[in-house]
Design a protein around this ligand. Structure first.
Ligand SMILES: C[S@@+](CC[C@H](N)C(=O)[O-])C[C@H]1O[C@@H](n2cnc3c(N)ncnc32)[C@H](O)[C@@H]1O
Length: 303
């Protein structure tokens, strides 16, 4: 197996381009943050819109830093959900050919039902009736069509609806930690007894996933992942089994892999650790957490 160049990069908040944005949020919402026990997820701005969480802001900074990687490329986004950073304006202006895969993707053609503003049951029913044949038709065409710019696949990854060796870039944001979250030790498990089998099982499943990502990429292709550490999801991510995560990613012969540690050094900002979560870590999960941070992984395939 050719050897992989491995790099590890600290991404301290103080050196991040988004530092002033994060600092301003900490200042502007100081009172609300105190009242909510440092829970950023309940913050609303003057127009009633949710203020993004620290991890979301890290994901946006990670995306911006690597946005040129997408330029003119065939991109697969795994776990695009309804709030993907790829919008049609970005896709067109960066000449991206985009495929998103998610069991609950954003629908093409019609906005998601939740975003309808008229709170009428009948109106929603009407939209559902319209949406059904449209999504049925989209799902019928589950094959990749080279050349079509925006395409969604409604399925879990890995999916046999994906062909091999066709993507320049695979991108996945805040999703990988959810792929195997029913395994013991994950955030839904409130009675974990440190069973090492759960770790091994997770490693086995994720190794298969990363091998499939590797096979889906063209030579020289790039895989980019970001995910929170200590926030939720599968045991490896929720309980920070970083050696195992690195073992998974390095089980395929990348040319180069970089691990980026975002917000691990949060100097100048507050730690991201809501009070109730801190209490749950101690009493329910029996783990010590000081700060939730984000892991970014950028891996380049051999040519
Ligand atoms: C927290 S959301 C993130 C959505 C979007 N990437 C974002 O950053 O806003 C996680 C997404 O991963 C999706 N997901 C979970 N398991 C998946 C799998 N095996 N394959 C594809 N998507 C998956 C979920 O349906 C969900 O939409």
């Amino acid at each position: 197996m050719p050897s992989t160049i491995v790099r590890e990069l600290e991404k301290p908040c103080a050196a991040c381009e988004a530092f002033s944005v994060c600092e301003k949020i900490d200042q502007d919402y100081h009172e609300q943050l105190i009242q909510s026990g440092w829970n950023y997820r309940v913050l609303k701005d003057a127009d009633g819109r949710r203020v993004s969480s620290p991890i979301r802001r890290c994901s946006e900074a990670f995306w911006k830093l690597h946005a040129s990687t997408f330029e003119g490329k065939e991109v697969l986004e795994i776990g695009c959900g309804r709030a993907s950073l790829f919008d049609s304006a970005f896709i067109r202006s960066h000449d991206v050919r985009y495929t998103g895969i998610d069991p609950h993707p954003r629908r093409r053609g019609l906005p998601p039902i939740q975003s309808q503003t008229i709170p009428s049951k009948f109106f929603n029913l009407f939209i559902r009736c319209l949406n059904f044949p449209l999504s049925f038709l989209i799902n019928l065409k589950h094959k990749i069509q080279p050349g079509s710019r925006i395409y969604y696949i409604k399925d879990f990854f890995p999916s046999d609806k994906l062909k091999r060796n066709i993507y320049d870039v695979i991108y996945s944001s805040n999703s990988i930690e959810h792929w195997h979250e029913k395994i013991g030790g994950s955030s839904s498990d409130h009675q974990w007894k440190s069973n090492f089998n759960d770790i091994e099982k997770s490693v086995g499943l994720y190794r298969k996933d990363i091998q499939i990502c590797y096979d889906l990429l063209k030579p020289d292709g790039v895989a980019m992942f970001d995910c929170p550490i200590y926030l939720h999801g599968n045991v490896l991510f929720f309980r920070a089994f970083l050696d195992q995560i690195r073992t998974i990613f390095q089980s395929v012969p990348w040319n180069k892999i970089t691990y980026e540690y975002w917000r691990k050094d949060y100097n100048g900002l507050r730690a991201y650790l809501p009070d109730d979560f801190k209490a749950a870590c101690a009493s329910v999960y029996h783990m010590e957490v000081e700060n939730i941070w984000m892991l970014g992984i950028v891996a380049k395939k051999q040519s």
